[in-house]
Design a protein around this ligand. Structure first.
Ligand code: BG6
Length: 498
């Protein structure tokens, strides 16, 4: 049987491939994709003979390459590259100048790929807004570039995959008419994060957790992603999206499936995804009358973070002054199956919160009888925290005796940070790009998963669609109205990450 470690070791076996990036002048390319490719090349995860082909319009190759180099300096200062190293790296680049809507662009791309002798495998990365996904797939199909006779042809689709159930179904149908499902890689970068993958290893490589991992011992589970950044330059996208679509539908619900799923029969893409979809199918759809009690939506107002004055969401460039888009969202899910009946899974995320912390917290039940309750500090419920960032690692919170002539307890935290492993923590995009190259789709969402997660959110989207106002919170605070009520019956209440 394969495991995560052997899967990653296949890094040594990637074959030379053409990596084609649509949207090669965009932000994702310079912030994430190029730095990931450089690191992959340096640590042997990308074959030295691979080429990177950027498809873009109206720029010279020189201007494009300079912008990429500047992007590395701005966003990835850990990558040190002198002129000589940059020359060597950029010698791998090719540019195809063209409009994504024109057939000629894909023919030029095909000619360009043909000229790269011996490299018949290709990964096509759609780092473009969603309205382009089908257009690109059509272009590739018509130019014969989706044909896998001579090598693999894999297409990576970024999020958001649809804006609701209907649009996600339509996109799936359109793509599947042009490509085989096995060629479509729906990327969710959260699944490439080390701690998220470690969750699987912790769960299924340790025998002590399994007996505890259920409704008999766990009170509730919180899966959170707090951010201190605002919406940056993305008002256009965010105004239509909001926090529920942006973070909960994709990243946090995917993480929920990994926390809740049954052990797969083997560690292969379909076996893992078969278990994940079972979780999504068991998630109870909220009834309209419960939506107010089981969800929270709020929007950041002005405030301060680290002494810096922050403007309100409605004052951001490109945001309508009467916008009711939520920048904070929380949903309390129930999973109707034997393992999880009655255990709330509370997913929450927000922008302009005091700090950037993302974690999965498993809160256990209180001890059935509290022997030490007569003393000043009664023991607190145990919790196991998987820290996604910062400080990736795991912490187990327990109670211990205070030193001295007392039986009072105090909190003790057992930490296992990754940094102590002596190995670099891989960035999500390195892991995921490498997985596309080796054809491992385990960490990518299948069509049915995406549709099911939208189906679960449909009632909430409908209820929120017609709202005419939204609660506000002060930037840089945890003062979100409704959160304490959402956790009212949960042991320990709302856990604001420290
Ligand atoms: C993206 C969202 O998918 O994930 C952003 O669109 C969010 O709004 C980002 O900021 C968070 O990812 P990370 O890896 O920085 O936690």
């Amino acid at each position: 049987m394969e495991n995560v470690t052997t899967r990653r070791c296949k890094g040594q076996q990637t074959e030379p491939a053409n990596i084609v990036i649509f949207g090669a002048a965009g932000d994702l390319t310079k912030r994430k994709l190029i730095p990931a490719l450089i690191k992959m090349l340096r640590c042997g995860l990308l074959h030295q003979d691979s080429k990177i082909i950027g498809v873009l319009k109206g720029r010279t190759s020189e201007v494009w390459l300079n912008a990429l180099r500047q992007g590395i300096a701005d966003y990835s200062p850990d990558i040190k590259m002198d002129d000589q190293q940059w020359q060597e790296f950029s010698a791998r680049f090719k540019m195809v100048d063209g409009d994504l809507q024109e057939e000629k662009t894909y023919q030029d791309l095909a000619t360009s790929l043909e000229s790269l002798n011996g490299r018949t495998h290709a990964m096509f990365y759609c780092a473009v807004p969603p309205s382009w996904y089908t257009i690109i797939a059509e272009g590739l199909h018509k130019a014969g570039l989706a044909d896998e006779t001579e090598g693999f042809r894999r297409v990576v689709i970024e999020k958001p995959f649809g804006m609701d159930l209907k649009s996600a179904q339509q996109l799936n149908q359109e793509l599947q008419a042009l490509l085989n499902e096995s060629q479509i890689y729906r990327i969710d970068h959260y699944l490439g994060k080390e701690s998220v993958q470690n969750l699987l290893v912790y769960r299924f490589a340790n025998s002590i957790l399994e007996p505890l991992w259920n409704r008999n011992f766990i009170d509730h589970i919180q899966i959170s992603a707090a951010e201190s950044i605002g919406i940056e330059y993305r008002a256009n996208y965010y105004e239509k999206s909001g926090a529920l679509r942006d973070m909960i539908q994709s990243h946090l619900m995917q993480v929920m499936t990994l926390v809740a799923m049954e052990p797969p029969v083997e560690f292969t893409a379909d076996a893992v995804r078969d278990e994940k979809i079972k979780v999504l199918r068991a998630v109870r759809h909220l009834e309209p009358e419960n939506i107010k009690r089981q969800t929270v939506a709020a929007q950041y107002g002005s405030g301060k973070i680290n002494e810096e004055s922050i403007k309100a969401y409605v004052s951001e460039n490109g945001v309508s002054p009467d916008s009711v888009t939520e920048t904070f969202a929380a949903v309390r899910f129930q999973i109707d199956n034997w393992r999880w009946q009655g255990v709330p899974f509370i997913l929450w995320t927000g922008k302009r919160l005091p700090k950037r912390v993302s974690e999965i917290m498993i809160r256990f039940r209180n001890p059935p009888f509290n022997l030490f309750d007569t003393h000043a500090n009664p023991p607190l419920a145990n919790s196991l925290v998987f820290r996604v960032h910062p400080d990736e690692g795991i912490a187990l919170r327990m109670n211990a005796k205070k030193p001295g002539l007392t039986t009072d307890s105090q909190r003790m935290v057992m930490r296992a940070p990754y940094s102590e492993n002596g190995e670099d923590v891989s960035e999500a995009y390195e892991v995921l790009l490498h997985d596309v190259l080796i054809g491992d789709a385990t960490l990518f969402s299948r069509a049915d998963e995406v549709e099911q997660s939208w189906a679960i959110l449909e009632p909430i989207l409908k209820a929120w669609e017609d709202r005419i106002s939204v609660e506000r919170y002060r930037s840089g605070t945890w003062d979100i109205s409704g959160m304490d009520t959402l956790f009212e019956d949960c042991v320990g209440g709302w856990h604001k990450p420290s």
